[in-house]
Design a protein around this ligand. Structure first.
Ligand code: SF4
Length: 293
């Protein structure tokens, strides 16, 4: 992977990216797979492995660094918890069907397996996202194999887009950090999930298939956002209402749902987008699926 710097980011950020990538490489070398790798999109991993000279701009790493800084702060300030027996950012491994999988939960404190996330209010609006429940159960399985048996799991999320002025209104969180319990699956469910992730990756990484034969990413893996028809005030920037179809948007206008006069309202069509492909996938420049759609 070659890091470019098209936006002239300062050297300290480039050094941070470099160190962070080295650290990630060290983690990868401790086993065959990390939990993070197995939970990630198999096709992205495949493309990155097959294209070691791929160019990625430094600006694409900023979100990663931000999340990393949050974890560094937690780990650095856990001295007291460590002294009380908490296990902080320790890497554990399990041999699974011949593959060594390693994972590093944030904190195991007493009976609790706790993860700290940086996210958005919208992402947690319906509770814990499925991928985080998957991740914690993956950790739980590895810990159990190491003789550690957390009885409870949970996530403390820090909202990076939190607006204090909306606190307590319309189901908006009361504070910038919030706790969510996470369900512990039974052993068979955890085992079946891990097996399915391993198969998804091993099938790809070991195959000699060319790009045409590679499995395609699903809409979910590509973070597809449905198209919307936004009702806007003429000249305004914010949508007053988002509808799935043009007819629904028109019906909302006809239903007198706003004090804005009807002749001041317009419907703006916003096509669906693949957010992961557009902004977050490191392999997008060499991806046939993304570049051909
Ligand atoms: S660019 Fe999109 S389709 Fe291609 S590997 Fe990445 S997420 Fe998948």
């Amino acid at each position: 992977m070659k890091i470019t710097n098209k936006h002239n980011l300062p050297q300290v950020i480039l050094d941070w990216i470099d160190n962070s990538n080295k650290e990630r490489q060290t983690q990868l070398e401790q086993g065959d797979f990390t939990v993070t790798q197995l939970l990630a999109n198999p096709k992205e991993q495949y493309l990155l492995q097959r294209n070691p000279e791929i160019e990625i701009d430094a600006s694409r790493f900023i979100a990663l660094l931000s999340g990393e800084a949050w974890h560094t702060g937690i780990a650095k300030n856990s001295t007291d918890r460590r002294a009380n027996g908490a296990l902080v950012e320790k890497r554990y491994s399990v041999k699974y069907h011949g593959w060594k999988i390693t994972g590093q939960p944030d904190i195991i404190d007493g009976d609790y397996l706790m993860d700290y996330k940086e996210s958005t209010v919208g992402r947690f609006a319906k509770g814990v996202p499925q991928e985080y429940e998957n991740q914690l159960n993956f950790y739980h399985y590895i810990l159990t194999s190491n003789g550690i048996h957390p009885k409870f799991m949970g996530i403390w999320v820090k909202y990076k887009d939190y607006m204090p002025s909306r606190s307590g209104t319309n189901h908006y969180p009361d504070a910038q950090m919030e706790y969510f319990p996470v369900q512990i699956w039974d052993y068979d469910e955890q085992d079946a999930f891990i097996k399915s992730r391993l198969e998804a990756h091993v099938g790809n990484l070991n195959s000699q298939l060319d790009k045409m034969d590679m499995p395609q990413c699903t809409d979910e893996e590509r973070w597809y956002s449905n198209e919307i028809h936004a009702v806007m005030k003429k000249g305004g920037k914010r949508s007053l209402h988002n509808a799935a179809t043009h007819d629904d948007a028109q019906a909302w206008i006809d239903g007198d749902n706003t004090k804005v006069k009807k002749d001041q309202l317009v419907i703006e069509h916003r096509p669906g987008i693949y957010r992961k492909c557009e902004n977050y996938c490191f392999a997008s420049s060499v991806c046939d699926q993304y570049n051909n759609t």
